[in-house]
Design a protein around this ligand. Sequence first.
Ligand code: TRP
Length: 409
Amino acid sequence: MIDAGSEQSTANVHDQEVNPWEVKGDADGKIDYEKLQKKFGCSRLGKELVERIEKLTGRPAHPLLRRGMFYAHRDLEQLLDAYEKGEPFYLYTGRGPSSEALHLGHLIPFMFTKWLQDAFNVPLVIQVTDDEKRLWRMNLTADQIYELGKENIKDIIACGFDPNKTFIFSDFDYMGGRFYRNIVEIQRLVTVSTRKAIFGFSFDSNIGQISFPAVQAAPCFPDSFPHMFGMRKAIRCLIPCAIDQDPYFRMTRDVAPKLGYFKPALIESSFFPALQGESGKMSASLPNSAIFVTDTDKQIKTKINKHAFSGGGKSEAEQRANGANLDVDVAWKYLRFFCEDDKKLKQIGEDYSSGKLLTGEVKAILIEILQQIVTKHQKERVKVSPEIVKQFTDVREMLDLFPGLKVTS
Ligand code: TRP
């Protein structure tokens, strides 16, 4: 998600507004996810689909999937039908480099994508949209943003992707060739009126902002990566992303059949809340709004204890008597994202909402889990040498990504 910049929303102050550049809740600051999914026209990702994924992959679903953080989709059934028949697909996700250190919210789609890559054993492309950030963030130079992208790539690699199946690219570096040709094909088919209807529009937008959606659309088409997929057009694409990215892919799905491609399928998540609560903005420029992957154990402890919004009683007596309101409690929300043990999580939920557990005790459990996750990430990240980065980012021949599969072009 990127800053609002000069793109203007026409919504009135009390309406929620979610697009790739702006996330604003209703009057109470909260996002109504059901309303959003309906407004966007995506489908609800229900239990049956989660079970189907488990059956097809032979693994228990990732916690983010079975607990409903990835809650909406487009054409996931069709994608799974095709997979079941042995047809190939690849994964596509991305990151707009806006800050040097990633926070936990940034990490979530990548952790989930890593699970998808392992579970389905499929190739993955990751787009680093340094161009997008330059077009919207006027206060950083292109060189600065490009360097942030390079740093972010190391954090992405630290999530554990398979170098033999993963291609990570900066738009600044990779622009050209078949990728650029596909961008132009998409640009030909999207009018300014369509651009306006999907994303909103202001005459103060710069012309790069207006045409950028084609750049984020093109990786949905396999022949944007001839070194991986040759000139094959009949390979499906699945995009794990946060739901604010949906407008880009609605546009892509409009043009895909006209250009002879499958429409990309999507699996979409809600947002990871700020420490201050759901209406708070988690921002790389507000250090106390988020846990960063560079934080020390001590910083994590202090941030959670001091800044994580509590839904618990005001005093110990009150908490014992009434229990906590889990709906607004940030430590609880974070545990739902990061505590993998279902039984333990359920017990915490029961004990905390009934008053048996105090906020401090729940926070202590969370602190330990987050310290472990962040320490592990830091250990993996120092291992990411320039050679390893090259293994992921070099444009190299990877034409045997679907062994044993017959792919028609
Ligand atoms: N626009 C996204 C951002 O600002 C980056 C991005 C590019 C992306 N391609 C994507 C995100 C595909 C999800 C899926 O962070």
